[in-house]
Write a protein that binds this ligand. Structure first.
Ligand SMILES: NC(=O)c1ccc[n+]([C@@H]2O[C@H](COP(=O)([O-])OP(=O)(O)OC[C@H]3O[C@@H](n4cnc5c(N)ncnc54)[C@H](OP(=O)(O)O)[C@@H]3O)[C@@H](O)[C@H]2O)c1
Length: 343
C-alpha cells in the first residue's frame, strides 16, 4: 500500500507590486509529518484564508516575519488530533492550530488550543468566534469605544471582520454605515445585518465618496473602523465628527503595494481641528480579552443578534484560487476552505 501523503501549498514566488496569481503557489504531495515528543499529528478540517496572508507573501517589514519561498503558507486551522505524543491531547480531540495550508501538520501540543464547541459550528472558531470576530469586538469596543447614538462607519462591511463589527455597533445603539464593493453586498449588510445605510465604493473617487458620506452622516463620523485604507480612508477622514476615533484595522486596498510607501493627504490639521484620535490595532495585542469576546459573541449568536455568512471552498487544492478571489472581493462572507470532514 502506498504511504499516505500530505498535500500542501507552498509559496513559490513573491508578488511584488502586483496582484497575487495562482503561479505564486505550488501544490506538493509531501510525506506525512511525524509527531515528535510532546507533539500531536493534526488533520486539517477547516483552513482560514485571511488578508494578512498577502502581507506574509511580501518581504516588506511588518509585525510578523514573511513566509519564505518554498515554505508552507501560514494559516489558522481547525484540526483533529489523529495521533498524540503529549499527555494533554488525545486522538479525536478538536483543536485550533496554526496548521498552515496543508492536510496534516505535526505541532507542539502547547501551541494548539483544545476546542469545546458547545453547539457552535467548528468553522466559527476561525471566524465569528475566532480571530476576525475578536478583531471586530476588540477594535470596535476597545479602541473605537462607540456610544449609543453615535455614527460608526465600517469599511469592507460584508466581510469576515466587517459583518461582526457593524452588528456589534448596532447592538450598542449606534447609527451604522458600511461600505462594500458590490450591489448584493450592500443589500446583505442593510437587509440581513441591519446596517442603517451602505455605500458601494467601487469606481468612485475620494470626493464623490466624501459627498455621499457627508449626506449619510450629516453630523460627522464618530468612529471609523478602517479595514481598507486608500481613497475610502481619505473620504472618511474628511467627514470626522468632533472627537472622532479612527481605528486602523487594515488597509487591503494597499496590500499589493506594500513595498512602496502609501502617499495621500496629510490629515494632521483635520485631526487637530476635530481633536480626533487615530490608532493602529493588532488583534494579537488583545489576547487577554479572548474569553470575554467569546462569551459575549456566543451569547449574541444564540440570541440571533449577530448573523454570520461564510464562503466555503472545497479541498486544499482550492486554497490559492479562493485566496485570490477573496483579495479581489469575490468572497461572500468569511472565506474558508473545508479541507476534510471530521472522522
Ligand atoms: N489588525 C488586525 O489585527 C486585523 C485582523 C483581521 C483582519 N484585519 C484586516 O481587516 C480587513 C478585513 O479583513 P477580513 O478578514 O474581514 O476580509 P474580508 O472583508 O472578508 O475580505 C476582504 C475584502 O476586502 C475588500 N477589498 C479588496 N480590495 C479592496 C480595495 N481595493 N478597496 C476596498 N476594499 C477592498 C473586498 O470586499 P469589497 O467587495 O467590499 O471590496 C474583500 O471581500 C483586512 O484589511 C485585514 O487585513 C486586521
Amino acid at each position: 500500500m502506498p504511504a499516505r501523503t500530505n498535500t500542501r501549498v507552498l509559496l513559490a514566488e513573491r508578488p511584488v507590486n502586483r496582484r497575487v496569481q495562482e503561479s505564486d503557489f505550488r501544490l506538493e504531495a509531501a510525506a506525512m509529518p511525524e509527531p515528535g515528543d510532546g507533539e500531536v499529528l493534526l488533520r486539517t478540517l477547516w483552513l482560514s484564508l485571511d488578508p494578512y496572508m498577502r502581507g506574509r507573501m511580501s518581504a516588506a517589514r511588518s509585525y510578523a516575519k514573511p513566509v519564505e519561498i518554498g515554505e508552507v503558507m501560514t494559516g489558522e486551522t481547525v484540526s483533529e488530533v489523529v495521533a498524540s505524543r503529549a499527555p494533554s491531547l488525545k486522538p479525536g480531540d478538536t483543536v485550533l492550530a496554526r496548521g498552515g495550508w496543508q492536510e496534516y501538520a505535526a505541532l507542539p501540543a502547547g501551541e494548539v488550543e483544545r476546542l469545546e464547541p458547545q453547539g457552535m459550528p467548528l468553522s466559527y472558531f476561525l471566524d465569528v468566534l475566532g480571530m476576525p470576530g475578536q478583531t471586530a469586538y476588540c477594535a470596535l469596543l476597545g479602541v473605537g469605544q462607540p456610544k449609543a447614538g453615535e455614527t460608526v462607519l465600517i469599511s469592507a462591511a460584508s466581510g469576515a471582520v466587517g459583518q461582526v463589527a457593524g452588528q456589534i455597533a448596532k447592538i450598542k445603539g449606534c447609527h451604522v454605515i458600511g461600505t462594500a464593493g458590490a450591489a448584493d453586498k450592500i443589500a446583505y449588510v442593510k437587509e440581513t445585518l441591519g446596517f442603517d445605510a451602505a455605500i458601494d465604493y467601487k469606481g468612485k473617487e475620494r470626493d464623490t465618496l466624501g459627498a455621499e458620506l457627508a449626506e449619510l452622516a450629516p453630523k460627522g463620523i464618530d468612529v471609523f473602523f478602517d479595514n481598507v485604507g486608500g481613497v475610502l480612508h481619505d473620504a472618511a477622514l474628511a467627514n470626522l465628527a468632533l472627537h472622532g476615533r479612527v481605528v486602523i484595522v487594515g488597509g487591503i486596498s494597499l496590500y499589493d503595494h506594500l513595498e512602496t510607501p502609501d502617499s495621500g493627504i496629510r490629515w494632521n490639521r483635520q485631526l487637530l481641528v476635530k481633536r480626533a484620535r487615530m490608532e493602529g490595532f493588532l488583534v494579537w495585542d488583545w489576547r487577554h480579552q479572548t474569553q470575554e469576546f467569546r462569551r459575549d459573541v456566543s451569547q449574541w449568536l444564540r440570541e440571533g443578534k449577530i448573523r454570520y455568512r461564510e464562503d466555503v471552498a472545497e479541498g486544499i487544492a482550492a486554497a490559492p484560487r479562493a485566496f485570490i478571489g477573496m483579495l479581489a472581493g469575490r468572497n461572500r462572507g468569511k472565506q474558508l476552505v473545508r479541507v476534510a470532514t471530521p472522522a
